[in-house]
Write a protein that binds this ligand. Structure first.
Ligand code: SF4
Ligand code: SF4
Length: 483
């Protein structure tokens, strides 16, 4: 888990990096809290993983049933030389087994093997501390590899129930993991463990004559008790919520699939108010399907999935509904902060710019720049909005700021060339133009995008040069230019 990325980096280092990566200091961080979940996630996380799993699955329930590291450690445990071992002082009283909360049959394992071989042993030392004869100790010796455990455990679930529980666990894990972009993996694993336990007890409530849950008697002689009725109602609510999360998750997943299947660069789509001419029939189908799925998730979800909201907005824009897209992005921005908010505001500003609402665009782009002052895309768009409003000097300054942030921007440099030309400074214009030509990728789509952006700013001469270049490289752009 930790070694593979390192190995991958050594075998396929990023371009420009040697076999031994450059030393970088990550001991100190300026943004300590950014790696922590929000309070809205942290509090339920602590409650579910810290209390509810302990109640339902035992004090080591999370470690035993949910923690993904257990699978790796079980393999490592086979070769571990440090184990719980026994001396001749053991009189088989069984205190150790009664104390172990990892379901290890300690007294029998030490009798058969002289040590604990169950990989579920967490070396917590509880058994060592309760042994009345001090027979147990943690010591080094031969590992358990190759030792077949002769101690057979008895289990609460039959094999069909085990399989049913495993399927239920995976389904409920899928239902809650990352739903609404809120539930992290470990919390999802804990929830899936609890859901599986609750479903299993509910199933038993129907098929058993007698059933209890800790001190509560749920069913007695075939009759469901008052506690059993309350348990049944609560369990149906819990299972219903899980099913609802799964349904939302399904729509978010399908929406994301449709979103990913659209192969149109953002900058090309944003180069004109209605990007429909760039869309293939398959793209249009994906846009319609994605909008349906994301809208279903949005309208029926219990919380707002901001990432899904931004994707929905993009599909609305691609579908020709720019007004709806800007409303959805405003909603996404209101729920976001930091870089994600900056992007929502940037896209909103860009769409407003394309639809001629330049003053509103500036407000939105300023909000993006407040979160991310280095967002040069927002500076380029803001310059266009200012230019369209006749504020040429402010536009020139804004594009200059973008180029200061990143000197390799072909679009901002082209705008500066157009602005210098409009101001009558031909020498400066040709300097900027020469620099822009150096920076512009030799890609017809990029030239066409530049042409459209320059044309929208009224810089027709420059725009025509890029249209001509795009058509020269790919004559199909002739038709695109006409439309
Ligand atoms: S508690 Fe000690 S004496 Fe009793 S069975 Fe376990 S190891 Fe043996
Ligand atoms: S060390 Fe802890 S987990 Fe291991 S057998 Fe003893 S009580 Fe159980």
């Amino acid at each position: 888990m930790f070694g593979l990325p390192v190995l991958n980096r050594i075998l396929a280092p990023p371009p420009g990096e040697g076999v031994i990566p450059q030393f970088t200091n990550h001991i100190v961080t300026q943004d300590f809290w950014s790696t922590f979940p929000t309070l809205a996630v942290a509090i339920p996380f602590l409650f579910i993983c810290g209390f509810v799993t302990v109640y339902f699955l035992g004090s080591k329930g999370f470690c035993t049933y949910a923690c993904p590291y257990g699978g790796f450690f079980a393999v490592a445990d086979k070769v571990a030389v440090g184990r719980i071992r026994v001396t001749d002082a053991c009189d088989q009283c069984g205190f150790c087994t009664a104390t172990c909360t990892s379901n290890v049959i300690v007294h029998a394992e030490v009798r058969e093997h002289g040590m604990v071989v169950d990989p579920g042993c967490m070396k917590c030392m509880d058994c060592v501390s309760v042994c009345p004869t001090n027979a147990l100790y943690y010591g080094f010796g031969k590992p358990s590899l190759g030792t077949a455990n002769k101690v057979k455990k008895t289990f609460s679930l039959t094999w069909p129930e085990e399989i049913g529980a495993a399927v239920f666990f995976l389904l409920s894990l899928y239902a809650v993991w990352d739903t609404y972009q809120l539930i992290p993996m470990l919390l999802a694993l804990a929830l899936a463990g609890i859901t599986t336990f609750v479903a299993w007890r509910t199933y038993r409530l129907f098929v058993s004559n007698d059933l209890s849950l800790y001190q509560f008697n749920l069913k007695n002689g075939g009759k469901v008790t008052r506690a059993g009725s309350i348990f049944l109602v609560l369990s149906l609510v819990w299972l219903g919520l899980t099913a609802h999360s799964g349904w939302i998750r399904y729509h978010e997943w399908q929406g994301a699939n449709a979103f990913e299947a659209i192969d149109l660069p953002d900058e090309v789509a944003l180069a004109q108010a209605n990007p429909v001419q760039w869309l293939s029939p398959a793209d249009k189908q994906n846009i319609a399907a994605g909008r349906t799925h994301f809208s279903t998730a949005r309208n029926n979800g219990l919380f707002t999935n901001v990432q899904a909201l931004s994707k929905l907005a993009w599909l609305e824009y691609l579908g020709g509904d720019a007004g709806k897209a800007t409303d959805t992005l405003a909603d996404a921005s209101a729920h976001e902060h930091g870089a994600a908010k900056a992007l929502a505001d940037y896209y909103r500003g860009a769409i407003l710019n394309r639809t001629g609402k330049h003053a509103e665009a500036i407000t939105s782009l300023d909000a993006a720049l407040k979160e991310r002052p280095d967002l040069t895309l927002a500076l380029e768009q803001k310059g266009e909005a200012l230019w369209s409003l006749g504020r040429q000097k402010d536009a020139f300054d804004t594009w200059s700021q973008a180029v200061r942030e990143n000197p390799n921007l072909p679009l901002a440099t082209s705008f500066l060339a157009g602005a210098a030309k409009a101001a009558g400074d031909d020498a400066l214009a040709s300097n900027f133009q020469a620099r822009a030509n150096q920076l512009t990728p030799n890609d017809p789509l990029f030239h066409f995008m530049l042409g459209m952006r320059l044309k929208a700013a009224g810089m027709d001469d420059l725009a025509d040069q890029h249209f001509a270049r795009a058509i020269e490289m790919n004559p199909r752009f002739k038709a695109a230019k006409r439309s």
